[in-house]
Write a protein that binds this ligand. Sequence first.
Ligand SMILES: [Zn+2]
Length: 414
Amino acid sequence: MRDVELYRHLLGLESPWTVRSVELNVQEQRVEVWAGHADELRWPCPECGVELTRYDHAEERVWRHLDSCQFLTYLHAQPPRVACPTHGVRQVRLPWAEARARFTTLFERLAIDVLKETAIRGATRILRISWDEAWHILERAVQRGQRAKRPRVTPHLGVDEKAIAKGHQYLTLVCDLDRATVEFIAEDRKQTSLAGYFTGLAEDQRTGIAAIALDMWGPYIQAIRAHLPKAESKIVCDRYHIMTHMGKAVDDVRKREHRALRAAGDDTLSGSKYLWLYAAENLPERHRERFAQLKATTLKTGRAWALKESLRELWHYTRVGWAERHWKRWYFWATHSRLTPVIETARLIERHLPNVMTFFAHRITNAVSEGLNSKIQTIKKMAYGFRNRDHFKTAIYFHCGGLDLYPATHSIPG
Ligand SMILES: [Zn+2]
């Protein structure tokens, strides 16, 4: 029959495999294809490759394949089994699918492409698979990628926390700053969360870490000190995090001042929240006039803002000596500002100062992992919040892990 030959080509089946029959079900819009093989063959053991005669057949299995036009297409076959003297009775490898897969390799490759581009829900509609099947493909892809991943040295790392739910639930993320990939995810943001990354590394990987950018967060710093040689020179308290703390201090000053002014019937600070948070050169044109007026007043918020802008310059120096001088001046100014949130932030930075100044040796920032963070935020929205933690982690590795997710098209050795 011609369609038998057609499907042999469409499925890419090669000797000893061939198409036995094809059935079209117009009502259900399905094509069923049965594959079979010639008899009197020897099959390699899937473990050791020793060629053996067929022992028996496993039960018929079915794999979803790429659609034929709009028809769902299923491949049926009874996988042969061999009785290896070393490995016992085993099912042989099949050229069209990985072991235990419910889909052919070609379908899985397409599904991975679709899942990379759209939310899970959309992928289930495009591919006409169930939610569970979509996750099955995603999980297998991540496991495959992690198995194939070769250990390598990552000199520049970023460590970040990710709030995953209300009520202070966090994940710890370790990113490779050079490749912009998520290397490791752990529950919580404790010392043990990060320690788990280091204990999983080989000796040369651990000593190959040159610098780690992170927030001024005690438990992470403790983990680095406990696991890396010469840790003090490698910990870089990151400028993005420091500026986030400072931005929050400015906002706290604004909130308090706004409340006090409002109580006296003064609305000067109404709706100004974001004006104070921009870096000066990034302030949109339309806000410039009002902001200039606000700055010209004697507001406390204006002083806090000026301190924030001056702190930002710390990282513009090329030499650490100049940066240290800038810091001393800034610290004096900040601690004499009589602005409590600013004073607290200045003291927090001062406590970590040696690890802030390491920036000038390594010049790394967590900007990359901040970028990954916003990508992860999108992933979270795409899957409607990920109530399932493991699913969330799997999706992060899938989209941000830099893994080779695809199954090989021809998996038969020899
Ligand atoms: Zn064997």
